[in-house]
Design a protein around this ligand. Structure first.
Ligand code: 13P
Length: 270
């Protein structure tokens, strides 16, 4: 069975003191949960302080992004080894915001910001491979823009992101991969994806993984939903067969609401 996951992506929020307080709160609230894997992904500046907060708990640490080279003249970038040295076990790769795809933007706007933030299907794949090679577990993100959904392209866009991200990765390595389906129009907008539809797309992602590898690999892979997940909608989402957890932004920034999400994930186990 797939152990549920509840991962908090804090994005560009929390200075060190705030991060420490939030991590302390999450650890006090859900730090001993065993039926769900809890992951905190603070900004890079707060990794070390959050790691000290989660010591002696079951909570794991993740980075929000990484670069695929091991070291060198790459100003502002972080390597897998650096994340590992801060205590990370996980790293988010290919978040829609790193792909320059935000909120309800259409495809034209996305092209501009893609140049700022830079992730493409090809770089997401390189990052995922470098993470795995270094011993970090990537949380690979995929998801369609509102315009792509309205144009009936959801499955095509999401499946092609998943195939591209997994290119050249062996079946053995997939045990260390989590996929997160995050419809871009549902991120930070308060507009959660209908649970049946989120389950359908997560099922489509699982079928894509089965085509790339095998049904066994697909059955073992954790596939998360992300996009305005909150305490009042988490149960409906977690009840779905193809949704194994959440990748959470806004509701992860308060220990109480994230604690409620952890409880729901743990309750869905088994
Ligand atoms: P929200 O939960 O704020 O919609 O963000 C989701 C997300 O992007 C997590 O990676």
């Amino acid at each position: 069975m797939r152990k549920p996951v509840m991962a908090g992506n804090w994005k560009m929020n929390c200075d060190n003191d705030e991060a420490k307080a939030l991590a302390d709160g999450v650890t006090a609230r859900g730090g001993q949960v065993e039926d769900a894997l809890v992951i905190l992904c603070p900004p890079a500046t707060a990794l070390t302080s959050v790691f000290s907060s989660i010591a002696n708990s079951n909570v794991k640490l993740g980075g929000q992004n990484m670069y695929w080279e091991e070291d060198g003249a790459f100003t502002g970038e972080l390597s897998a080894m650096m994340l590992l040295s801060c205590g990370c076990e996980h790293v988010i790769v290919g978040h829609s915001e790193r792909r320059g795809r935000f909120g309800t933007m259409d495809e034209a706007d996305a092209d501009d910001l893609a140049a700022v933030f830079g992730d493409t299907d090809a770089t997401v794949n390189r990052k995922a491979k470098a993470a795995l090679a270094a011993g970090l577990k990537p949380i690979i993100c995929c998801g369609e823009l509102l315009g792509e959904r309205k144009g009936g392209k959801t499955d095509e866009v999401v499946a092609s992101q998943v195939r591209a991200a997994l290119a050249g990765i062996s079946a053995d390595e997939t045990a260390n991969i989590i996929v997160a389906y995050e419809p871009v129009w549902a991120i930070g907008t308060g507009e959660v994806c209908d649970a049946d539809e989120a389950d359908r797309v997560c099922g489509m992602v699982r079928a894509t993984v089965a085509e790339v590898y095998s049904q066994d690999v697909a059955d073992a892979m954790r596939i998360l939903y992300g996009g305005s997940m909150k305490p009042d909608n988490v149960e409906g989402l977690m009840a779905k067969p193809n949704i194994d957890g959440g990748l959470v932004g806004g509701a992860a920034l308060k220990a109480d609401s994230f604690g409620a999400l952890i409880d729901a994930a743990a309750a869905s186990a088994g």
